[in-house]
Design a protein around this ligand. Structure first.
Ligand SMILES: Cc1cc2nc3c(=O)[nH]c(=O)nc-3n(C[C@H](O)[C@H](O)[C@H](O)COP(=O)(O)OP(=O)(O)OC[C@H]3O[C@@H](n4cnc5c(N)ncnc54)[C@H](O)[C@@H]3O)c2cc1C
Length: 389
């Protein structure tokens, strides 16, 4: 039977197949990995084996060559099933940088193995502790010496390193003082984590609010073979920006999956829970906030599919991708709040999953881009207001 939330659409066959797979990882599974701060290895393996995480890899490299719309449905369905796509979304989109800017040799070397899941490219190291959102001031350096680059510096909040074979690293190759524009002089590299950790790279896991494996990273004369440079030296920041629209839309889809999960969970509970001799959902004070959360989610969903359509037709979609991420992260957070309130005390009990999903969806107002930075993008690039930083 088709599920009423979200409404059936042109991706229904895909949704059904994903619901079959995701359905075998039930609420008890996600509660256990959350409780034990464990990595959902079996789930990620199953998703990779079924080919879902290779959706965006072209067929010539062993992927399914699907569009962003289909890829976003995959992320949405994971979260709508009660799971957390944050454990594996990097595997879907980090390879985009390699696909767009890597050499033929690099693509042939890595992409087919990423497509099968034999190699995991789950990590992307951009953020640094002292510079945060002000990325162009990052202090990690990569200095070319012969056929190697020597890397020194520090990163923070770098996710899934312990469950990845490869990591994309952004580092400065020309000092800030020597470039015309601050966005120039940074480069990206592919780091083989098995070789690097313990040989110039060290990690320190960060205990945090959600079950999200993320780390501090320290580089002390890490040697990277020069052939691991992706694209041209000095253009790394631009390459990272090129991948952001797809990332924003996929995260938006995760939020939409969460938001529909919260709305569905709320409406079911509101119909079942009887207090004062009637279902609590009979009270407008309960049903209106659920209706409001649903309306906001539907609106965010329209912007998400608008961004997908533009992206899949190779049209500019910076505004739509950012606005989809903004609307979806807001809708999922508001739906989470409504769901917790609808459940009363039971919302706090682990077994209902509400408190876990509430924590998980909160992240998306901060990472991978915080809401203020989306406001500033729209203000400057769409509305023509002065740049504020
Ligand atoms: C669980 C988790 C996983 C992450 N995974 C990764 C990862 O895999 N790779 C990676 O590179 N990074 C990762 N990040 C980092 C994430 O991208 C950053 O936390 C985020 O971009 C915000 O940067 P910051 O924490 O340094 O905040 P800061 O830059 O210190 O900003 C703090 C607050 O001030 C606001 N602010 C800053 N400047 C302005 C301004 N000019 N105007 C208005 N408001 C402003 C910000 O919006 C934010 O709300 C992760 C973070 C978390 C929490």
């Amino acid at each position: 039977m088709n599920h009423p939330i979200p409404k059936p659409d042109q991706y229904q066959d895909m949704r059904e197949a994903l619901r079959d797979l995701c359905g075998s990882f039930d609420s008890a599974y996600w509660q256990k990995v959350d409780h034990e701060r464990d990595y959902p290895e079996a789930f990620v393996d199953a998703m990779a084996k079924a080919g879902w995480l290779a959706a965006l890899i072209p067929e010539e490299y062993g992927g399914s060559g699907l569009g962003l719309a289909e890829a976003s449905v995959i992320m949405e369905e994971i979260n709508f099933s009660g799971g957390n796509a944050g454990s594996c979304h990097g595997q879907m989109y980090n390879m985009g940088t390699l696909l767009r800017h890597g050499s033929d040799l690099q693509k042939k070397l890595y992409l087919p193995k990423i497509a099968t899941g034999e190699l995991r490219l789950q990590s992307m190291a951009v953020t640094e502790p002292t510079t945060g959102t002000d990325t162009t001031k990052l202090k990690t350096t990569a200095v070319k010496k012969g056929d190697k680059y020597i890397v020194n510096g520090q990163k923070v909040w770098i996710s899934r390193i312990q469950h990845s074979d490869l990591m994309i690293l952004l580092a400065r190759t020309t000092p800030l003082a020597e470039v015309k524009k601050k966005s120039e002089g940074m480069s990206i590299f592919i780091v083989n984590l098995k070789d690097a950790i313990g040989n110039g790279m060290a990690i320190q896991p960060i205990a945090n609010m959600v079950n999200h494996e993320t780390n501090e990273v320290f580089f002390d004369n890490l040697e990277i073979p020069a052939e691991n440079l992706i694209g041209e030296e000095g253009k790394g920041f631009k390459y990272i920006l090129d991948g952001l629209n797809a990332e924003r839309v996929l995260i938006a889809a995760e939020c939409i999956g969460d938001a529909y999960w919260f709305v569905d969970k709320s409406r079911r509970y509101a119909n079942e829970r009887v207090v004062f001799d009637r279902p609590i959902g009979k009270n407008q004070g309960i049903q209106f906030p659920i209706a409001d959360a649903f309306i906001e989610t539907e609106a965010a969903n329209l912007m998400r599919f608008k961004a997908c359509e533009l992206f899949d037709n190779n049209q500019a979609c910076g505004a739509e991708s950012n606005m989809a991420k903004y609307l979806a992260a807001k809708a999922s957070w508001e739906a989470a709040n409504v769901c917790l309130q609808t459940h009363g005390g039971f919302g706090f009990a682990n077994e209902y999953d509400v408190e876990r999903k509430f924590r998980e969806t909160r992240l998306y107002q901060v990472a991978p881009i915080s809401t203020n930075l989306i406001y500033s993008y729209v203000a400057e690039h769409i509305l023509g207001l002065p740049r504020s930083f």
